[in-house]
Design a protein around this ligand. Structure first.
Ligand code: APR
Length: 349
């Protein structure tokens, strides 16, 4: 329960309109939690019948469905696992994950480095880590470019990412197709609620690489990139887009995430009951431990499973296998090759 409670990324204090990007009065934690609980407890009210859409509940069944004209509103949910092959560590892998390598910061617990209250007291561990994982020196992976093919073939409704490495945009996905559920490095704000001055990516990059804790030029408080810390509310766009997108989602693909952080992980139960769900991951995840509150989750091992399929292995291999089966395999390989050489040339200039 500690993981679920610590990982609920919701605002504990009011946010200013520019931070939430909304003119409505921001919702409190209780509003969000009550909405989440009510939507889960009303599971029976939706009268949705579990209709099997796949002709076979396996990889080949997913491929045939994707190739059909019934499948044209795919939502993809991704996490840090899709960027590990780019050289960016994920969070929870036992040896290589970020949380397994933070001893030098003497944190009260590994996740403290991303907790807003700890950050306000002691921001320097975060900025030292930010320098290590800063976007800009990595290249998108096979998986990122598979997502671009989904978009180019007009199958992608939306990509929900927990990552802040911006590799989805670098891979060529348009911003309106990407929901940065856990924020972005693109902008930063002064953390002083009475100030909230906006800063650019270039300004923040210069501070991070000069090993100084960025302080506001107006009020001298700390400036933080707009990535969502534990204890902060997710961007309003996450909630608005999810309400619009999931009711029309006809295939949910989940790639490279432990599905251990709410409310992002709970999205897996927001698609219609008949929508197939396809996981590509090194390990089986998303089988809900708290079915009453958080919804039943992925049901791979249930006797009555009629829609959940898992491809167990590396994200890049899974996406290449999917592309090969769809007849897009050579196109994907060429896209990766051409784009990587383009990026290398641009970075040498
Ligand atoms: N191929 C397939 N799966 C992989 C690969 C890979 N190359 N690399 C890692 N994985 C899997 C791991 O086994 C794990 O299940 O991806 C998942 C990554 O999980 P996490 O490290 O927990 O990352 P993520 O799910 O994105 O974390 C969610 O937690 O700390 C917060 O805000 C932070 O956005 C982050 C959130």
């Amino acid at each position: 329960m500690a993981e679920a409670s610590e990982s609920v990324l919701t605002k504990t204090d009011e946010c200013s309109d520019d931070e939430c990007g909304s003119t409505e009065s921001p919702r409190s934690v209780m509003d969000v939690l009550q909405e989440l609980l009510l939507s889960k407890l009303r599971l029976g009210d939706s009268e949705e019948k579990p209709i099997q859409v796949l002709d076979e509940v396996n990889f080949d069944g997913v491929v045939r469905y994707m190739a059909s004209d019934k499948c044209k509103n795919i939502i993809v949910m991704v996490g840090a696992g899709i960027s590990t092959c780019a050289g960016i560590p994920d969070f929870r892998s036992p040896d290589s994950g970020i949380y397994a390598n933070l001893q030098k910061y003497n944190l009260p617990n590994p996740m403290a480095i991303f907790e807003i209250n700890y950050f306000k007291e002691n921001p320097s561990p975060f900025f030292q880590l930010a320098k290590e994982i800063y976007p800009g020196k990595y290249k998108p992976t096979v998986c990122h470019y598979f997502l671009r093919l989904l978009y180019e073939k007009k199958k992608l409704l939306r990509l929900y990412t927990q990552n802040v490495d911006t590799l989805e945009i670098l891979a060529g996905l348009p911003a309106d197709k990407v929901v940065d559920a856990h924020g972005t490095f693109h902008t930063s704000h002064c953390i002083n609620p009475a100030c909230r001055k906006l800063y650019t990516l270039d300004w923040m990059r210069e501070k991070i690489f000069s090993d100084e804790v960025p302080s506001c030029t107006e009020c001298q408080d700390t400036v933080k990139p707009d990535i969502v810390f534990f204890g902060e509310r997710l961007p309003e766009r996450f909630f608005v887009s999810a309400e619009e997108d999931f009711p029309i989602c006809d295939l949910l693909i989940i790639i490279g995430t432990s599905l251990s952080v709410q409310p992002f992980a709970g999205l897996v139960d927001n698609a219609p009951a008949k929508t197939p769900r396809f996981l590509i991951n090194k390990e089986k995840v998303g089988q809900s431990m708290y079915p009453i509150v958080l919804g039943p989750g992925l049901q791979f091992d249930s006797e009555t499973n009629y829609r959940d399929v898992m491809w167990e292995g590396l994200c890049d291999d899974g996406c290449q296998a999917l592309a090969d089966a769809l007849g897009w395999g050579e196109e994907l390989k060429k896209l990766v090759e051409d784009e990587h050489s383009r990026i290398d040339q641009e970075r040498q200039q």
